[in-house]
Each structure stands twice: as C-alpha cells, then as structure tokens.
Ligand binder design. Structure first.
Ligand SMILES: [Zn+2]
Length: 113
C-alpha cells in the first residue's frame, strides 16, 4: 500500500498544477523515483491507472525515471553507486558513507494539452 499513498500524493500535485495553469488534459506525467525508496514502478503505474479516473489526467501516461542510489565516502570523498555490496566504500573500504542520491521522489515534468 506504500505505492498507493505515494501515487495519490503525486497525482494530487499533478492535478493542483493542472488547475493552476488551467490545463484541459494531462498527456504525460514523468516522475523521478530514487532506487533506495524501495518502490516498485509497476505498482505505481497500477495505482495511477486506478486513481486518475475521472480527472484531467485520465489518459495520461506515467513515466517513472529511476535514479540509482549513490553514496559518498566521508573518509576519502569518493562517490560510488550503491548496489548489493552495500554501504561500504569500494576505494578505501570505509563504512562511514553518506547517501547522496537515490532518495528522490518528485514529479519531474508533465506534458499537457
Ligand atoms: Zn573511501
């Protein structure tokens, strides 16, 4: 149900923007989701199709851009992609790392008519 509430708030943002700009129809919604959020894009699409009914975004396509998780080592300042190796610096082996990307969650662009 995680994705359902995310989808609802994303759609809320889209509809508020559409209203603000007096948009008749939303054609495409592009959202940015960080890989570390643990969100399944297919679930987002599923809920989007359900929630958009009866709104100006009824025919809109949802495009999900996944941002890879990245961290920066606090010891050697090296920046690396977070994968199954976990939160350990590949350069110095340090575990004092800070997440710098991969927690995004936002409506990036929308294409309207
Ligand atoms: Zn390091």
């Amino acid at each position: 149900m995680h994705e359902m509430s995310i989808c609802r708030s994303m759609l809320g943002i889209v509809l508020a923007r559409a209203k603000q700009h007096q948009v008749g129809r939303v054609l495409e919604v592009r959202i940015e989701v960080g890989a570390l959020r643990g969100i399944v894009p297919e679930h987002l699409e599923h809920y989007f199709q359900f929630l958009r009914k009866g709104t100006v975004a009824e025919d809109a396509t949802l495009v999900v851009d996944t941002v890879p998780g990245e961290a920066q080592c606090q010891q050697c300042r090296c920046r690396f992609v977070l994968d199954e190796r976990g939160y350990v610096c590949p350069d110095c082996g340090g575990s004092d790392v800070e997440v710098v990307a991969g927690l995004e969650l936002r409506v990036k662009t929308m294409r309207v008519e």
